[in-house]
Design a binder for this molecule. Structure first.
Ligand code: PLP
Length: 399
C-alpha cells in the first residue's frame, strides 16, 4: 500500500485538476490468479467471470493464466474474443436472445448454461438450424437452505436457473433434443461467501446431487460448474476468504464426491479482481452539518456504486498530499469521524460512513481498496454528467 500511495503522489504531481482514478495493479492481479491456478485441485478449472470487471487490460492480463472466461452477454463474448481468440468460454445468464445464442455458437463457446425449459428448446432449435450440436449444462436453482452470504441466486425464488424439483423433467427434455448434448449441471447459488470450508461443502452438495441425477437418468457427466461466489471481506480486510483452507477441504472431499471422470468448473469474478483495483479520489471539501463531519470527494457512487448497492461503508486509506498552493486557507479536520460522499445531488451518494481519522485535509487523496470488482462495471457513469475517472493500469508491481 505504501507503493500505491507513491503512485498517487506522482499522479497528483502530473495533474493540475483534482485526482479521480481507478488504479489497477496488473502485477498483483497476475500473481494472485497464478497462485489460485497453481493450487487448484487437479480435477478443477478456474474461469474468470467477466462481468466483475471487463476492462481490456484486465482480460488481457488474465487470458494466459486462467482456464477460460465466463460471460453473460454477446458483448462479453466479443470482449473476450478480442483478447483471447481461442480461450474456452462459458455462456450463462437468464433471457438469452436468439442473436446471443447464435453468436455464442459462432464464437465457439464451450458450454451454454441453459436457464429454463423454453431456453433449452430454443438452443436445440437454433443449434439445429446452424447445423450444430450445442454442449450445455442445466443451471439448477437449488431448494436450499444455503450457507450465509451477501447475495442469493438460488435457494429461494429468483429468476435464475431451473427449480431443483423440475430438473428431472428438463433432463428428460434434453435427452429428446437432437441438437444439444447435456454435459452436466451448473450451480451458481450465492455471492460473497466468506466461509472457505463451508463453500467447499456446498460444492460437495452440488456433486452429490449431480451423482444422484447421473445414476437415475444414466447421464455421462463431463462437468459440474460450481459457479463463483468466493467472497471478499470489505469489513475486516485482514480476514479474507481462506483459499488454502478451501483447496485443502476440496482435496479431501473430491475423491469421494466427484462424479467419475468429471471436471469441476469455478467461475469467479469478485475473488479474482477485487484486490487489484483501487478507486482514488481527491478531497474537495470538508464540512460539518447537524453535528456530523462530511468529506466531499471528486467522484462518487456514479463511478463506484458498490458501497451504495450493498449499503456498506467501503474501506479506504488516506494519502496525505503536501504542496498546497492555493492562496486561501487549507481546510483540515483532526481526530474526527467522517462520512465520505461524492459529488452527486442525492443523499445516497455515500462511499463510507462513521470512520475515525487522525487528519484529513482538502487536497488529500482517499484510496478505496478492493475496488477492482463490481466497481466501475456496475456504476451509472453518466448520472449528472461529471467527467469519468481515469483508468490507470500499472504493469509492474505496486501494492
Ligand atoms: C456473477 C456470476 C459469477 C461470478 O460471481 P462472483 O460472486 O463474482 O464470483 C459466476 N457465475 C455466474 C453465473 C454469475 O452470474
Amino acid at each position: 500500500m505504501t507503493e500505491l500511495s507513491e503512485v498517487v503522489q506522482s499522479l497528483k504531481a502530473e495533474r493540475s485538476h483534482p485526482l479521480c482514478a481507478y488504479i489497477y495493479d496488473l502485477g498483483h492481479l497476475k500473481r494472485h490468479a497464478s497462485r489460485c491456478i497453481e493450487t487448484l485441485p487437479a480435477t478443477c478449472r478456474l474461469f474468470y467471470a467477466v462481468k466483475a470487471n471487463s476492462e481490456e487490460p484486465i482480460l488481457r492480463a488474465l487470458a494466459p493464466i486462467v482456464h477460460g472466461f465466463e460471460v453473460a452477454s454477446l458483448g462479453e463474448v466479443e470482449k473476450v474474443r478480442s483478447v483471447a481468440p481461442d480461450a474456452p468460454i462459458l455462456f450463462g445468464g437468464p433471457g438469452k436472445t436468439d442473436a446471443e445464442i447464435e453468436g455464442a455458437l459462432q464464437h465457439r463457446v464451450s458450454l451454454l448454461h441453459v436457464e429454463s425449459a423454453h431456453e433449452l428448446r430454443r438452443v436445440d432449435y437454433l443449434a439445429g438450424r446452424a447445423g450444430r450440436v450445442a454442449d450445455i449444462l442445466l443451471r439448477v436453482n437449488l431448494r436450499g437452505p444455503l450457507p450465509s452470504a451477501t447475495l442469493y441466486m438460488a435457494g429461494k425464488p429468483t429468476q435464475f436457473g431451473i427449480d431443483e424439483e423440475d430438473i428431472p423433467a428438463v433432463i428428460g427434455l434434453a435427452k429428446r433434443c437432437q441438437h444439444v448434448r447435456l454435459r452436466g449441471f451448473h450451480f451458481h447459488s450465492i455471492s460473497n461467501d466468506l466461509d472457505a470450508t463451508g463453500h467447499a461443502h456446498l460444492v460437495a452438495h452440488y456433486l452429490r446431487l449431480t451423482r444422484t441425477w447421473a445414476a437415475r437418468f444414466s447421464l455421462d457427466i463431463a462437468y459440474v460448474n460450481a459457479g463463483g461466489g468466493l467472497g471478499v471481506n470489505y469489513r475486516q480486510l485482514d480476514k479474507q476468504f481462506d483459499w488454502e483452507a478451501f483447496t485443502t477441504e476440496l482435496n479431501q472431499l473430491l475423491p469421494d464426491e466427484c462424479p467419475p471422470g468429471a471436471t469441476i468448473l469455478f467461475e469467479c469474478g469478485r475473488y479474482m479482481t477485487a484486490a487489484c483495483g483501487a478507486y482514488a479520489v481527491e478531497v474537495l471539501d470538508i464540512k460539518r452539518n447537524h453535528g456530523k463531519d462530511y468529506v466531499i470527494v471528486r467522484g462518487g457512487t456514479h463511478h463506484f456504486r458498490l458501497p451504495s448497492s450493498w449499503q456498506h461503508s467501503h474501506p479506504f486509506t488516506l494519502v496525505p498530499l503536501e504542496g498546497w498552493t492555493a492562496p486561501i486557507e487549507r481546510p483540515e479536520l483532526r481526530d474526527g469521524t467522517i462520512t465520505v460522499v461524492g459529488q452527486l445531488c442525492t443523499p445516497k451518494d455515500v462511499l463510507a460512513y462513521d470512520v475515525a481519522v487522525e487528519r484529513v485535509r482538502v487536497g488529500d487523496v482517499i484510496l478505496f481498496q478492493y475496488a477492482g470488482a463490481y466497481g466501475w462495471s456496475i456504476s451509472h457513469h453518466d448520472f449528472l454528467s461529471h467527467p469519468h475517472p481515469e483508468q490507470i493500469f500499472l504493469e509492474g508491481g505496486a501494492c
